[in-house]
Design a protein around this ligand. Structure first.
Ligand code: ADP
Ligand code: MG
Length: 195
């Protein structure tokens, strides 16, 4: 269930995974971008971690607004804007209710508005959309999330820096798809999704 408590755990686990995998995300971005995706994401994560540690009595919508601001202000680059906008729009949906699918729908609208991205453009959208589909059909698992991350190996990038790199055709996982995989792994582990 999506509650203030599970959402807090969700964001905290996401932060932990970004910490643990910073170098791996940088390495993925070295192949098809400029090698900074892990470092970028960690800046936003650290900022959010500090805010969460202050232990302010934030509601569900406030939590994601806080997350959005951290990623927009500290992560920078394409990913900062995309994750930031996603979290801000999730926060807006959470003002109305605590439905996970409604929140994620609002989030992907934010990503696609900012990124002008469709499926198979080799971005985090290639994880976000099929995960939503699996939530809708009550069949989301860690294995499936991993499958969607790996599927980006076969796509040709149409957006962001990777679109200008011929190396991307060489079976590389998209770094943003990988970080998005951590976001949804964290969601499962936090018990936000309870099918
Ligand atoms: P930058 O490209 O500015 O260095 P990052 O390396 O932090 O930013 O993030 C790169 C990731 O951002 C890509 O792997 C991809 O998933 C995502 N991305 C880039 N451009 C777009 C876009 N237009 N729409 C959706 N996602 C995008
Ligand atoms: Mg980069």
């Amino acid at each position: 269930m999506l509650t203030v408590e599970t959402a807090r755990t969700w964001l905290s686990l996401f932060i932990e995974k970004l910490e643990t995998n910073e170098k791996y995300l940088n390495t993925l971005d070295e192949s098809i971008g400029d090698g900074d995706h892990g470092a970028n994401m960690l800046r936003g994560a650290n900022d959010l971690k500090a805010k969460l540690a202050e232990g302010l009595q934030a509601g569900l919508s406030d939590l994601f607004k806080m997350a959005g601001m951290s990623f927009i202000q500290k992560t920078g680059g394409a990913a900062g804007l995309l994750y930031g906008q996603a979290f801000l729009q999730m926060s807006q949906a959470m003002q109305v209710g605590n439905d996970l699918l409604d929140s994620l729908t609002s989030g992907i609208e934010g990503i696609q508005k900012v990124g002008q991205t469709e499926l198979k453009d080799k971005t985090l959208v290639d994880v976000w959309i099929p995960v939503m589909e699996d939530i809708r059909n009550k069949r989301l698992t860690l294995e499936k999330i991993n499958e969607y991350v790996i599927s980006t190996k076969d796509f040709q990038a149409k957006k962001g820096r990777a679109a200008y790199v011929s190396e991307q055709l060489n079976g590389h996982i998209d770094p943003g798809a990988a970080s998005c995989g951590y976001f949804f792994e964290a969601m499962l582990e936090a018990g936000v999704y309870d099918e």
